[in-house]
Design a protein around this ligand. Sequence first.
Ligand code: ADP
Ligand code: MG
Length: 689
Amino acid sequence: MLWQPLDRLPGVGGARAEQLARLGLRRLVDLLFYFPRDYEELTEVQAASDLVDRQPATIIGYFTDMQLRPLRRGRSVLAALLETTEGLAVRCVWFNQPYRLANLPRNVPVVVTGVVRRVDAHWEMSHPVVRPWSEGEPVASGIMPIYSLTEGLPQWYMRRLMQRVVRRYAGWLEDVLPEEFRRTRKLVDIVQAVQAMHFPEDWRQWHEARRRLAFQELFLLQLAMAWRRKRSEREARAPVLVETPQIRERILRLFPFELTAGQHRAIAEIVADMARPVPMNRLLQGDVGSGKTVVAIYAMLLAVAHRHQAALLAPTEILARQHARKLAETLAHGRVRMALLTGALSARERQETLAAIERGDIDIVVGTHALIHAVEHQGLRFRQLGLVVIDEQHRFGVEQRARMRQAGVDPHYLVMTATPIPRTIAMTLFGDLDLSELRELPPGRQPVYTYCAGEAQRPRWWDFFRKKLRQGRQGYVIVPMVDDQENEQIGVRQAFEALANDTLEEFRLDLLHGRMSGEEKDHVMRKFASGETQVLVCTSVVEVGIDVPNATVMTIEGAERFGLAQLHQLRGRISRGRHPGFLCLFAQNPSPEAAERLEIFRSTTNGFELAEWDLKLRGPGELLGTRQHGIPPLRVADLVRDRELLEEARRDAQLAVDVDPELNHPAWQSLKRVLLHRYGKVLDLADVG
Ligand code: ADP
Ligand code: MG
């Protein structure tokens, strides 16, 4: 019934059906779950004497005296006086919508709805909804849905269609949540919920509906994750790598410092995971310099101590090389055999490295995506892979992790990120990942001072920049990314020339951008790391992970173009050493949003705090990047607002699979069907049940 194509409905002709299809609406059920993007509240027509300050009202009248007044900076205010037959006058205003002037109906009665405010001696409405009206026509009241539309499809048509469909067909919906389950959690049933999402009688009803649907979405996702986790626990195919006191002591000896309390905690969590035959799936979050790499090295050496191999995956060539260098330093006096596998190897080098990995002559391999490629397409089989560490990478989603599975053995996984993601996001996106956090920095770290400056302060900033360089420090100048790489190269080159010939002419400068080969980049980085170069002019390729402790000053041009996470990554480059860091942001005509973002960025250096801000400012959609992860987007739930609901859903999901690991109870059957349909493929659940 609900799977009927829409063009079978009376009133939905070929053209309409096509428009609806453009919105992804092909069957009745699609319509039922196509929820309004917003609502407008239409109240009943009011008499002048009934108006209440700051309450919504609907008034019938005529517009007289419309005026468009320009304000500064291209802004404008449109004011129209609404006069009723009773002699009431209400001033209606719209800001920055000059085009409305032409659209306001003249000389016909209109129905105007909005919140009225008492301003001095008269009434005012800002941004009211205006509809033409003809004498005797009933005025709709109540909460009306506003749907996202497509070209040619009017709102009134959509509303009428929805009204019909919801009234006639919502009753056919089958509730996937068992009644008992709903009752204990005070969730309304699906029919009520769908009806009230489209045509709520009041806001309380709408809230109940939204809560129910949001819960269902979150619960389904959490259930899918919990189920998958349960299954992988049953399979238990990971190597058991137990820490012994000797192993611990041998590893700790390699570090010339005491570990922080946070590092000890994270290591304890990892050690506990790796001692079980269930693959570890752990996300390690911590700001730049918080010591994540040290924790990862610990975990890798634990694997190596058991004669297993470890792989460390980095997102870029530069980072892979840097990791390889650091590892080589740390392990200089041991017997651990290391290899680097990136796209820059010659065919012969690659063959040799791959062969050595297969023979088990390599203990730790550091690589880029080229390593995954080798596993997937070149049949690379590790001799005995025990642990995969993934650095600075959210992009290694569930699917990619499955690819590293080797001949019946699942390695342990440790994912690291210096751009912390809020807990709600982590739970949704990486619902089957455990979370470790390094919230403190090792002792002795210096602060980074951040400034937002205007053009007028440029000379003073560069004076300061030069002073720091003369004191022996090094610096970065970041030029924003542009859309195509060709121009980016030109942009960064021009910036480089300008600095080298003028502002910073007395210093040794170098250039780094995305179009250079791995070898060239590495060469540039090496010169910078050794201090031979004093200033690196670059695009945001330096974004992640590059580690030069003596670099302490940074200029970011076009800062308005960077997101919080990116800025945070960049700032991380100058928070590595014994000297305080100084960062100056220059922004050109930032929008109010960009200005707010920069101000927040200036006010804190804590990555966990910035992550929460990022979630608030950008909304979860972008952060989740769900498309990329193949997880269907959440349509009702909102990870900022529904934090508690998410925790609740997660607990319930865990409980459900604990009690009934295969969800075989009859009450779960329709839920299970929906779950497999939605997440089966992405989460690799299809063969269960
Ligand atoms: P991250 O990977 O989180 O950016 P790293 O592990 O690279 O951090 O550590 C940053 C720097 O701090 C490195 O030079 C590292 O040797 C040093 N370091 C790490 N842990 C400690 C510690 N507990 N005490 C002192 N220095 C540390
Ligand atoms: Mg690191």
